[in-house]
Each structure stands twice: as C-alpha cells, then as structure tokens.
Design a protein around this ligand. Structure first.
Ligand code: HEM
Length: 493
C-alpha cells in the first residue's frame, strides 16, 4: 500500500537541488583535530569546508530552507557533520543514538540555542524558551493541567468542536485543510485549556500568528534582532504590532479569568485557572508578565502543531485511498454505521488503533516540530568527536524519520510501521516528533487525544479528494507548515 507523498510537489524542491552531486574539493572537509590557545584539543566531525555563508548561492544552502541543508549533510557527510557559522561550530546529528545523547544521556550539558532563544521576542520566559531554574518551576506549575485524568475531561469538548465544524460543510464543498485545521485547533485549545469562548479576539490570535510567521525567517536573519526590535524597519514594525495585538488578547483573557475570584477559579479544571491559583514554594504567585509568557507559549505551542499534524495527515490520506478505506472500516467497527453511528468518546480513543497509526505515520513524514536545537555549556564528546562549549547542535525529526536505513522505502505512507511489534524493532529515538527527556513536549497526551478524536470525527462523515494541479510543499517556520493552501473537495461517506 502507499503512494509516496508530494507527487506533484514543487520541482525546485524535489529535483534540482537533490540531484546536485557534491563537489568534494569545493565543499567537503574530512574530520580533523585542532588545539586551541588554552591547550585544549578538539576533534571536529567531517563537514563543509568553508563557513556556511560561502555556500548561500547553492540550492541546498538557501536562506530559509534549513531542511535542505540538513538533508544534504546527512546524505553526503553521514550521521554527524559540521559547519561553521561565522566563528560558531555547528554540528548536525542524524542518528537515533546521538539523539539519545543530546536529549537524555548528556542533557545536563545543554541549554536552548540561538533560534529558540530568539523566540523569546514573542514568547518571553515561558516553558518553551526558558532554561533552568525558571523552566523547572514553570514545568512544575503547568504539569497538573496535562495529567491523564485532566486531559480526559477535555475529550468531549474536542469532539464537540470537530462535530460542529464537520456539520457546517456540504457535499462537494472545497476547503483549504490547513486553514480549517488551524481554526479548529485554536478553538479547542481556547476552550479546553483557557475555558474561553472563541470570539473575534481569539480568532485574532490566528491572524497575528500568521502575520508573524510570514516574516519570521526574515526576522531571525538579523544577527542582533533583540537590539533592532524598536527600530522603524517595516518587517519589524509589523512584528511589533502583531505582538502588541496578541498581548492585548492574552492579557484580556487573563484579566477576565482573574476577576472570577479564587473560589470560582478553584472549581475550574483548565490550565489558566491552575496558573492563576499556583503558588511557589515561598507562597508567591506568578507575576502578570510570567502569566502572559506561559499563556502565550501554550496557546501557540498547542494549536499550530496539532493543526499541522492533522493537515499533513489528511493530505496523505487523499493520496493513499487504501489507508483511508482501512481507517474508515475501523471507524465503522468502533463507532457503528449509518443511523447507528455515534460520535467518538474518550473510551473510543484507545480503541482507534489504526487511526492512531495513520497519525503517527503522518507525523513521521511531516513532523510539526521539524528540528530541535541545543547549545552545550561544557565540552561534549559524541561519536568519537569532541566539541567546545558554545557549539550549536541540531537534530531534525523530518530528516531522520525519512532515513532509508530506519524506514525502508521511506517516502511510502504505511501506518503499519507503527504497530507495537514494528516499533520494538527500531531504536526508540528513530521517531521523536515530541522530543524527549526533561524537555519532552508537555502537551503530548493532549495532542494525541485531540488529533485522534478530531480525525475520527471528521473522517467518520467526510472523505477528502485532493484538487488536482496544486503545488504542495513544506515551509519550515517554527512549525512545519504547508507553503501553500491544500485544497480538497469534500465527499460525504
Ligand atoms: C502534534 C503536536 C505537537 C508536537 C509535534 C509537539 C512537539 C514538541 C517538541 C518536539 C517539543 C520539544 C522541543 C525541544 O525540546 O526543543 C515540545 C515542547 C513543548 N510543547 Fe509540544 N508539541 C505538540 C503539541 C503540543 C500541545 C498540544 C501543547 C500544549 C497544549 C504543547 C506544548 C508544549 C510546551 C509548553 C513545550 C515546552 C516543554 C518544555 O520545554 O518543558 N505541545 N513540543
């Protein structure tokens, strides 16, 4: 079964740059050693001969397309490779055992690196961007909202939101799955985690996030973005306006909730109530700035990611009718057929095994978090190499999860790669869409439940047909978005 994804993808992406054979003399430098001024010896993996900016004219090194660079390096330099960005060492790791080294075994020697720290201009010192000890405190405060029993209470709202969306559609209607899923998952996060109804203000979160994403790669290209943030540069001004509007919405939601008072808040089960009631060990509550940072982080981390996973999975199902049929057979078996059919519930979630594997395979090929970055604070040895503090390290779910060594015929969409038996044959870190270790995604349980219940509710009633002649390509922003709308026609089952 299975049709390779992106059959009609951007030809620029699929052929021209991948076909280019490396010019070894020009590009590649073997592993080497050097001793620095302090007498420390460093062993550097094989890599690019010159600093990265030297190659910017190459199709695999184009600005704003880091996945091409990672794919090029994995293919031509092996599982650990290196380049320099100005005077910084950058190491790209493409092997499950190295993922484990960074996320688990040597995790204590790493902090967030530059591109994550850059997110602070939007997210402040929230869970995603902070380092310890701020991070440990935030995680302790937010964790109860993501406990299994707590998430279970959200199931009904998730299904209800998906049902309302699917029941507004009509036979033959054309929709853009990406925009539709963004709007649905925003509504679900707002209702479940913030107990907020979705009004024009909450919709503005989506508009402002889209505005920020459109200019994000431009923004992070500034070597010293933090310093130019108040300058009247057009893109920067747009960013400032979008952020100010986001802040107004978030602060309004916080103020309205706080006004309910402690007694009412303690009856609520959502994350925002927990954050407002949280007290630190010394009895202090979160400041308004801290609340804003946590709320905006979870809003943004919580809706774009699941929306992208659902979008890409639905797209893959349009290309793989056999998997779609099999999934629908499971939905009929678990939820009944025709007039007897009922909506999925919390109890069905674990029974929808094939549906879950369809999503797992969707996230293998199109992981919403497409790469992760770290910086080491002390010398690190990995794979026989030794790198100095301040080195930047990258791992890419997108590239690793498409390795032919780990997944034979890697572009084939095959949900059965995710049975317990098949998973047991692979290294756990051959698949890491939610990261791992102490910074593993706090919303993983929430995301799985939402994605399975939404996909089941939508697919129970509708089949999607891809409208021919579209260009489909990825866009690696903070999450892996589709570069263009993905238009489908709805067919009632
Ligand atoms: C398919 C959906 C999702 C994917 C693929 C995903 C992926 C990830 C990954 C890879 C990380 C680790 C980043 C790193 O270590 O550098 C992460 C962290 C995080 N995620 Fe998710 N996520 C998803 C859904 C969610 C949801 C639904 C929420 C909240 C409602 C959420 C909130 C967070 C937060 C707060 C962090 C930071 C955790 C920490 O550093 O302690 N995510 N996510």
């Amino acid at each position: 079964m299975g049709i390779a994804p992106e059959p009609n993808a951007d030809t620029d992406r699929n052929t021209s740059w991948q076909a280019e054979a490396p010019d070894a003399a020009f590009t590649l430098r073997p592993a080497h050693e050097y001793t620095d001024g302090k007498g420390e010896t460093w062993r550097i993996p094989p890599g690019l001969k010159r600093a990265l900016p030297f190659y910017l004219h190459k199709p695999w090194a184009r600005l704003g397309r880091p996945l091409r660079l990672f794919e090029y390096m994995a293919r031509n330099l092996g599982p650990i490779s290196h380049y320099r960005l100005f005077n910084i060492h950058v190491v790209y790791l493409n092997d499950p055992s190295f993922v484990r080294e960074v996320l688990i075994n040597q995790a204590g020697s790493f902090v967030r690196e530059r591109t994550i720290k850059r997110l602070k201009i939007l997210l402040g010192e929230g869970l995603l961007t902070s380092d310890d000890p701020t991070h440990k405190r935030s995680r302790r405060i937010a964790a109860p909202a993501f406990h299994r029993q707590r998430i279970a209470a959200y199931a009904e709202t998730m299904v209800e939101s998906a049902r309302a969306a699917r029941d507004r559609w009509h036979e033959g209607q054309e929709i853009d799955i990406a925009a539709t899923m963004m709007s649905l998952s925003l509504e679900i996060v707002a209702r479940t985690l913030f107990a907020t109804e979705v009004d024009a203000d909450v919709r503005a979160i989506n508009d402002e996030t889209n505005a920020i994403m459109a200019i994000y790669n431009y923004l992070i290209a500034f070597p010293n973005l933090e310093a130019v943030l108040h300058w009247p540069i057009p893109g920067v001004t747009r960013f400032r306006k979008a952020r100010a509007r986001l802040d107004r919405v978030i602060n309004r939601i916080i103020a309205d909730t706080r006004a309910l008072g402690e007694a009412k808040l303690s009856e609520r089960t959502d994350l925002l109530a927990l954050l407002l009631l949280a007290r630190d060990e010394d009895g202090s509550e979160l400041s308004d700035a801290q609340l804003r940072d946590e709320v905006i982080t979870i809003f943004l981390a919580g809706y774009e990611t699941t929306a992208n996973a659902l979008t890409w999975t639905m797209y893959l199902l349009t290309l793989n009718p056999e998997a779609d049929r099999r999934m629908h057979a499971e939905l009929r078996e678990v939820l009944g057929e025709g007039a007897e059919a009922r909506l999925p519930t919390l109890n069905d979630y674990t029974r929808l095994r094939y549906t879950t594997m369809v999503l797992a395979e969707g996230m293998r090929l199109y992981p919403p978090a497409w790469a992760m970055g770290r910086m080491n604070t002390e010398p690190i040895e990995i794979g026989g190499y030794r790198l100095p503090p301040g080195t930047h390290w990258y791992l890419s779910q997108y590239v690793l999860q498409r390795s032919p060594e780990l997944y034979p015929d890697p572009l084939r969409f095959e949900p059965l790669r995710h049975t317990e038996e098949e998973k047991a044959k692979r290294d756990k870190f051959a698949y890491f869409p939610f990261g791992g270790g102490s910074r593993q995604c706090i919303g993983e349980g929430f995301a799985w439940m939402e994605m399975v219940l939404v996909l089941a509710t939508v697919a129970q009633r509708w089949r999607m047909e891809l409208i021919p002649g579209q260009t489909v390509d990825v866009e690696e922003k903070i999450t892996l978005r589709p570069r263009y709308p993905i238009r489908v026609r709805l067919r009632e089952r």
